[in-house]
Design a protein. Structure first.
Length: 60
């Protein structure tokens, strides 16, 4: 979305609908591109799921 652009679809949060408009763009010059981080983030999400399952099994 470009600056000044609005979300095409409303977002429902707690039984209310919201439209979002991008008023400013601030970027961290040290942040890596999402495409470069995608695999790492996916791996972290998988590890979190595994740990949650292990915790559930350990509690039973």
């Amino acid at each position: 979305m470009d600056r000044g652009g609005m979300a095409h679809n409303p977002v429902k949060l707690q039984d209310k609908f919201y439209l979002f408009k991008l008023s400013a763009v601030n970027r961290n010059p040290e942040a890596q591109l999402f495409g470069l981080m995608r695999n790492q983030l996916a791996q972290q999400a998988k590890q979190q799921k595994v740990h949650c399952q292990i915790d559930k099994i350990a509690q039973n």
